[in-house]
Design a protein around this ligand. Structure first.
Ligand code: UDP
Ligand code: MG
Length: 318
């Protein structure tokens, strides 16, 4: 029988682990599916890993690891993919905001030959206006930079073993899971789902972390911001030609240009452009620097009994 792995990145989810593990186990037993649950505690500061360990002792199909610190959800997803042994792997949030009932549907599509099944949000569920707005802005920036409609996409996906191996084989450290499956191609189907409300704990995102995530992902996936620098330069040059001609004409006609205002404005605007451009270029250099250093995406500190391997370093150096 084919094995399904479910990868659950979890950060400070002590209140959710038991409920999620039990809900999923009950569902898969009802559906008579062969499964394993892979929890990745992302350097949680609460008792998330203890909760995972307890579930693992009760149910040998549950396994988990704990990072040495918070490495972010992307790292959690990739650690989970690395640990998963299934023929197909589902990635979902640990807070059950991704409804588990959708997994059997994804599983059916996979059995029919789908290699990627994308979970598509039919609504964003109940979120605060502030969260909705920042998430909205986030997806706008992302979609326009990546040139893919990201507004209804999520990290809730099923991947075939072949796709998992492709993603694990990518040498880059700054990954963006959500868009990488688009990049990978393969036979992709979608399943719609309704985002559920979070029962316990709270969302880990705020406006600033979302913005940082947006910028990090945009620059890891697109070089458009760099072209923006060229564009700003071009605009400045066009303006300077126009202004230059005007100044010269005035000078030749005998009345030199007056006006500190123009000078001040120009200095400020061009200074702004230059600093912004340096910032964008600097950001890319920082990315290159990170990639060149070649540090692993995450470091595993603790594992449950049923996980074998090097527990002090990263899982596998890629
Ligand atoms: N998460 C993680 N590392 C982080 C932040 C979040 O592994 O640094 C996990 C979190 O435990 C949850 C999922 O990512 O399972 C989604 O996070 P959250 O529910 O806070 O985000 P939201 O659903 O509000 O977008
Ligand atoms: Mg959530």
């Amino acid at each position: 029988m084919a094995l399904l792995s479910v990868v659950l990145p979890s950060y400070n989810e002590e209140m959710n682990v038991e409920n999620t593990a039990k809900t999923l186990a009950a569902l898969f037993e009802k559906e008579k599916m062969d499964y394993e649950l892979v929890f990745v505690s992302d350097g949680s500061r609460d008792k998330t890993f203890e909760a995972i360990k307890k579930q693992s002792e009760e149910n040998p199909r549950v396994k988990g690891v704990e990072f040495s610190r918070n490495f972010g959800k992307e790292a959690g997803i990739f650690a989970g993919l690395e640990l998963a042994t299934g023929d197909a792997v589902v990635v979902m949030d640990c807070d059950l905001q991704h409804p588990p009932e959708v997994i059997p549907k994804m599983w059916e599509l996979w059995k029919e030959g789908a290699q990627i099944v994308e979970g598509k949000k039919s609504s964003r569920g109940k979120e605060s206006i502030f969260h909705r707005m920042s998430a909205g802005l986030f997806y706008k920036i992302m979609s326009s930079l990546i040139k893919m409609d990201m507004s209804s996409s999520s990290d809730f996906k099923l991947l075939d073993r072949r796709v998992v191996d492709v993603l694990l084989g990518l040498p880059e450290r700054n990954t963006f899971f959500r868009a990488l499956t688009f990049w990978a191609g393969f036979d992709t189907r979608t399943v719609e789902y309704e985002v559920q409300e979070r029962k316990y704990g709270s969302s880990k995102w705020n406006f600033f972390s979302l913005m940082r995530y947006a910028i990090a992902n945009a620059t890891s996936f697109s070089t458009l911001p760099l072209q923006l620098v060229t564009m700003m330069g071009t605009i400045s040059i066009i303006f300077s030609v126009i202004l230059g001609i005007q100044t010269l004409v005035k000078y030749l006609m005998g009345n030199s240009v007056e006006g500190f205002t123009t000078v001040i404005l120009l200095v400020l605007i061009i200074g702004g452009f230059i600093m912004l451009s340096l910032g964008i270029i600097g950001h890319y250099i920082a990315r290159v620097y990170e990639e060149v250093k070649g540090r692993p995406k995450y470091v595993i500190n603790k594992v449950t009994e049923n996980v074998k391997g090097n527990v002090t370093g990263s899982w596998k150096r890629r």
